[in-house]
Design a protein around this ligand. Sequence first.
Ligand code: NAP
Length: 303
Amino acid sequence: MKKFTLNDMPAQQGKIAIVTGANNGIGYETALGLANKGAKVIMACRNPKKAENAISRIKEELPKADLIFIPLDLSSLKSVRNFADTFKKKYQKLDILVNNAGIMIPPFSKTEDGFESQMGVNYFAHFLLTGLLMNELNASAQARVVALSSVVHKMGKISFSNLNAEKRYSKVGAYSQSKLACMMFAYELDRRLKKANSSVISVVAHPGVSATSLLQYIPKIVTTILLPLTSPIMNTPKQAAMPSLMAALDTSVKGGDFFGPTGFGDMSGEPAKVASKPHSHNQDIAKKLWETSEKLLSFKFGV
Ligand SMILES: NC(=O)c1ccc[n+]([C@@H]2O[C@H](COP(=O)([O-])OP(=O)(O)OC[C@H]3O[C@@H](n4cnc5c(N)ncnc54)[C@H](OP(=O)(O)O)[C@@H]3O)[C@@H](O)[C@H]2O)c1
C-alpha cells in the first residue's frame, strides 16, 4: 500500500465531520487534519473553554478552518441526546463521525446513568451517539463512522456478567473491555449496514501509543521513569492521529477495515490497514453486545 500522507487525501469541501474529544491529543490532531482538507468540523467536547482554546489554536494554523463547538459530555446520556438534537437542528447530513473521546484507567466511578465510567464514556455513549445520528449519516452520499480502539483490544474480554464492574473493578480490564467493545461495535455496525444496503461504512483505527493526557492516571513515578525511555518508540499525537485520518479520508478504505501504525510493537510508525485479533470478529459476542447495549440504553438502533 502507498505511504499515507494527508496531502494525497481528497479535498473535503462541503463535508461535515464530527470529532468527539477534539480539544486534546489525538482528537485535536484529527480535527486539525480534517479542517486542513476543508471539512466543516464539529468539535464535540465537554469543556467549552478547552474547545474554544482548541478552535483558536487550529485557526492560528488554518485561518480559514470551519470549526463549530457543540457541547458533548459522554458521561451523560442526556448530554449525548442534547448534542444530537442540536446537530440535527442545524445540519441535514453527516459525512464523517470520529468516535474519538476516551478515558483510561481512572479510579472507579459511574457515569450519570450508572455505567462504569470507561465503558460508559468510551463505548456506551458512542453507541448511542452513532445510533442517534444514523439518519444524518444515511443522508450523506458515502458517510464513514470511525471507532477508536487500542492495542489493548488484544487482551480485552467482553464479560457480560461484569460489563459495568458489577462484580469487581479492574482499571485495566475495564479499559481493555471498552476498547474491544468499540471495535466489535464497529465491525457489527458494518455488517448490519451492508445487510441494509446502506452506503455508510464503519471502520476502526488505533493510534499506537502516544503520551497524551490519556496517561494521567498512570502513577507519576512510572511515567517519569518510562516516558523518556519509551518516547522514541511512541507516536507523537500528530502521528497517532494518522490511522484515524486514514480511516476517515482514504478512498481505498472499505467497511470493516482496521488501521494502525506498523512500527515496533504496533506502538508507532506509518499507518496502514492492519489486522485485529480473531476474538474481535466473534459475531455471536458482537450481536449479544449490541442487543445488551440497546437494552441498557433503552434505545433501538435503527440501521
Ligand atoms: N494515547 C494513546 O496512547 C492511546 C492509545 C490507544 C488508544 N487511544 C485512544 O485514542 C482516543 C483519544 O485519546 P488521547 O490519547 O487523545 O487522549 P486525551 O488527550 O486524554 O484526549 C481525550 C479526549 O476525550 C475527551 N473526553 C474524556 N471524557 C469525556 C467525556 N465524558 N465527554 C466528552 N469528552 C470526553 C477529553 O476531554 P477533556 O480534555 O475535557 O478531558 C479529550 O478531549 C481515546 O479513545 C483513547 O482510548 C489512545
